[in-house]
Design a protein around this ligand. Structure first.
Ligand code: S3P
Length: 424
């Protein structure tokens, strides 16, 4: 599907967003293995989180949708009748593999073409150390065949910053004999740790060391997924960029392991105010007010790169319009996302006549650039489609986003919401 975006003057209004993708995956999986009933309000509408629910249903969880909530009757899982389909979702395959590795049955899990190219050795390694038996295509790619086995806890030093791998090991640890410890090189999003505690697991966290105590008995909970800050990012950038904007986004997740985005935007000069912060289910949630702002640019490197990894496509767009440009370092992980995002950002920018210099671990976008009308290929990557839709708003003529339907992966309402708040 091709979506045409016309240049705009402003972003204006008040919106709420569907539930956070990362948190929804975790709630969906934990509710399915917890005893009893869980209700998850504002569960993500994105295809990725629906893939998680479909997998959990195929594994025996009873899942019902009612008035915007997902109701899950969890308990022991059973052998699926067919191969589990994770679709486009790295979080589904990597996190769920931790659960599958400990079951008393064999399962197969795979996904679409993009997922089939994403590295799985990073979870096969630690799960094998815990006693799992996993076969993968060429030893490292989906589909995976996971023969469930009794597992034992490990003390694992994560070789890369990855919340998916951390979560995979912790979820396997739930079923393991003995405690499980994960040590992170830098702090990554801690939604799994928070959710595990909410569902009743005992977990200690000290800086970058997470200690899950063996023998957890999880039970069903009433939960609310906060609005997705990574989805909000596209509208934040659009509002900052367009001259007469003023936007309020209600009920957004502000977990400190995610909200570096706001600090970074403010450090660039963005006018963002955070209002009405509350804690819900261990997660911070609040409202954001953003206004058009002149921004300076900045550098994303080290731990900040890990904290902003999903927001880099949108931030690259802002960087090109900023006064000093944007430099991104230590971002090799971007090359193994849904697409090689350094390459797909570069391709989109070239299409729009925007200069960018790339290297294996990052890129530099000079500032004070203009976006020219173009056809931009999303390459089937949701965050690329949405980031370039935002660039298109600031372009000198209408732009076409090819493969715009990929936004469905995390944010099916993106183009409709944009239409409501955009002023031409
Ligand atoms: C996620 C972790 C990150 C992120 C992804 C969601 C999660 O991936 O890019 O969109 O929910 O844990 P990695 O673990 O590969 O860094």
């Amino acid at each position: 599907m091709r979506e045409t975006i016309s240049p705009a003057r402003a972003i204006e209004g008040v919106i709420t967003l569907p539930g956070d993708k990362s948190i929804s995956h975790r709630y969906g999986m934990l509710a399915s293995i917890a005893a009893g009933r869980s209700t998850i309000a504002n569960y993500s509408t994105g295809a990725d989180c629906q893939s998680t629910l479909a997998c959990m249903a195929a594994l025996g969880a009873k899942i019902e949708r009612k008035e915007g909530s997902v109701i899950i009757e969890g308990g022991a899982l059973r052998e699926p009748a067919a191969m589990l389909d994770a679709g486009n979702s790295g979080s589904t395959i990597r996190m769920l593999s931790g659960i599958l590795a400990a079951q008393e049955f064999t399962s197969r899990i795979g996904g679409d073409e993009s997922l089939s190219r994403r590295p799985m050795a990073r979870i096969i390694g630690p799960l094998s150390e815990m006693g799992a038996k996993i076969e993968a295509r060429d030893g490292k790619f989906p589909p995976l065949t996971i023969e469930g086995r009794p597992l034992h806890g490990i003390d694992y030093q994560l070789p890369m910053p990855s919340a998916q791998v951390k979560s995979c090991v912790l979820l396997a640890g739930l079923f393991a004999k003995g405690d499980t410890i994960v040590r992170e090189p830098v702090r990554t999003r801690d939604h799994t740790e928070i959710a595990l505690r909410e569902f009743g697991a005992e977990i200690d966290i000290e800086k970058r060391v997470i200690h899950l105590h063996a023998g957890a008995r999880l039970s069903g909970r009433e939960l609310v997924a906060p609005g997705d800050l990574s989805s909000a990012c596209f509208f934040l950038v659009a509002a900052i960029l367009l001259k007469e904007s003023s936007l309020v986004i209600h009920g957004v997740g502000l977990n400190p392991t995610r909200s570096a985005l706001l600090d970074f935007l403010v450090s660039m000069g963005a006018k963002i105010t955070v209002l009405d912060v509350q804690q819900v289910g261990g997660e911070l949630i609040g409202d954001l007010r953003v206004q058009s702002s002149a921004v300076t640019g900045g550098v994303i490197e080290g731990a900040l790169t890990a904290a902003l990894i999903d927001e880099i496509p949108a931030l690259a767009v802002l960087g090109a319009a900023s006064s000093n440009g944007l430099t991104v370092r230590d971002a090799g992980e971007l090359r193994i996302k849904e697409t090689d995002r350094i390459a797909t950002i570069e391709a989109g920018f070239r299409q729009m006549g925007v200069k960018i210099e790339t290297n294996p671990e990052g890129f530099h976008v000079p500032g004070r650039q203009s976006f020219h009308a173009a056809e931009i290929d999303s390459a089937g990557d949701h965050r690329i489609a949405m980031a370039f839709a935002v660039a298109a708003l600031a372009a000198d003529g209408p732009c076409a986003i090819e493969g715009a339907e990929s936004a469905n992966v995390s944010f099916p309402e993106f183009f409709d919401t944009l239409l409501q708040i955009v002023r031409t």
